[in-house]
Ligand binder design. Structure first.
Ligand code: NCD
Ligand code: ZN
Ligand code: ZN
Ligand code: ZN
Length: 354
């Protein structure tokens, strides 16, 4: 048996408020525990989006009633809300800016709006960015000019990771996460997954892009699932929304990579616990750990997931390593594929007094 610290996923979509047919705080945090994650940071592209005090309270109240694991909620940058967001700093996981088109209504195209958010949000609080390609380059340049620390979400391409690595080498305050789907899938997998189901932002990339992520592992601060559940009916429909569920498949994929020699256990713990905790300024979870049967060989099946999504782009993949038990703050919360704690037993980590 292998014992890991409680893993932290700094990028998940719980879909509540607004799209509970995809996921809600109960099913999403059940998926987290089943995947070995005891803390999740939830993105603001809900319906309505979390963009002000009222919607933040709405999301936090729902989480407070339903979450099985600990959590914090991001607020989203809009065209008009830059000046009012600093009042929400202490209650928010961080601020999220969407600079390219993805799922949800929160895209910001006007660079003067980016600049306003870069200025208003306190420099010692995290600002996370969805940006790809030239947009990423532009955001990095602006942040460096303004000495504004930033975190890039789900970076997927060779050019992007090399640009970020170079910025780090010249001392820029930039951190970066990558997803398991960009580490373990490429565009060559699209025919097998199906075109609608393989829709995700950033898109699945080339083998050279995937290799560049592995080659630059030292420049990658965090792994983040970007757990983005949509139903199979939606994925197989005429306008498939982008996004993959990922909370329950991430750790088995990482453990399998350790088994294959691509990753070390220390590198995994740094990217799924120590670094996210430091970067996002998250509290300790005392008496919290994850028990793993590192010898269990099994096949990923969408039908077995706790996530309401009920499907996975990794369907049928053989992995080695399985979460058997999770203890959160001294209480057994997951055992033998069952959630053992009540909805609402998870805590808002931004409400914990230090
Ligand atoms: C995410 C979603 O569905 O909310 N989709 C995705 O393809 N990654 C949005 C996002 O993280 O960009
Ligand atoms: Zn720790
Ligand atoms: Zn995104
Ligand atoms: Zn996301």
């Amino acid at each position: 048996m292998l014992r890991l610290p409680g893993l932290i996923d700094p990028h998940v979509h719980m879909r509540e408020p607004g799209a509970t047919h995809k996921e809600d705080w109960m099913s999403g945090t059940a998926a987290a525990l089943a995947g070995g994650f005891t803390m999740v940071l939830a993105m603001p592209n809900t319906m309505p989006p979390v963009c002000d005090a009222e919607t933040l309270s709405l999301a936090l109240n729902l989480a407070g009633q339903k979450a099985h694991c600990d959590y914090a909620q991001f607020v989203g940058a809009g065209e008009e809300n830059a000046a009012l967001l600093p009042a929400l700093v202490s209650r928010a996981a961080g601020l999220k800016l969407y600079l390219d088109q993805t799922y949800g209504p929160l895209r910001l195209t006007d660079q003067t709006v980016w600049r306003r958010h870069f200025e208003c949000w306190p420099n010692d609080k995290l600002l996370c960015i969805h940006a790809e390609g030239e947009t990423l380059a532009a955001a990095l340049k602006l942040a460096e000019e303004m000495k504004r620390p930033i975190h890039f979400c789900h970076v997927s391409q060779k050019d992007e990771i090399l640009l970020i690595r170079a910025a780090k080498e010249r001392g820029a305050a930039v951190t970066v996460e990558v997803t398991p789907h960009h580490l373990f899938l490429t565009e060559t997998d699209i025919p097998a997954i199906g075109s609608g189901r393989s829709e995700v932002r950033p898109r699945l990339a080339s083998l050279a892009d995937q290799q560049a992520l592995w080659d630059n592992l030292e420049a990658i601060d965090c792994f983040a699932s970007d757990h983005a559940p949509h139903t199979l009916a939606e994925k197989d429909g005429l306008t498939p929304p982008p996004g993959f569920p990922g909370l329950e498949t991430a750790l088995p994929l990482y453990l399998s990579a350790i088994e294959s020699g691509y990753l070390t256990l220390d590198q995994l713990i740094a990217r799924c616990h120590t670094n996210p905790k430091l970067i996002f300024n998250l509290p300790d979870q005392p008496e919290t750990w994850v028990e793993v049967d590192e010898n269990a060989v099994w096949r990923i099946r969408g039908a077995d997931l706790h996530s309401r999504a009920g499907w996975t782009p990794f369907e049928g993949r053989q992995v080695q390593g399985r979460v058997t038990r999770v203890v959160l703050r001294g209480r057994e919360v997951f055992n033998d594929d069952q959630i053992m704690c009540a909805p609402g037993s998870g805590r808002d980590v931004r409400a914990i007094i230090h």
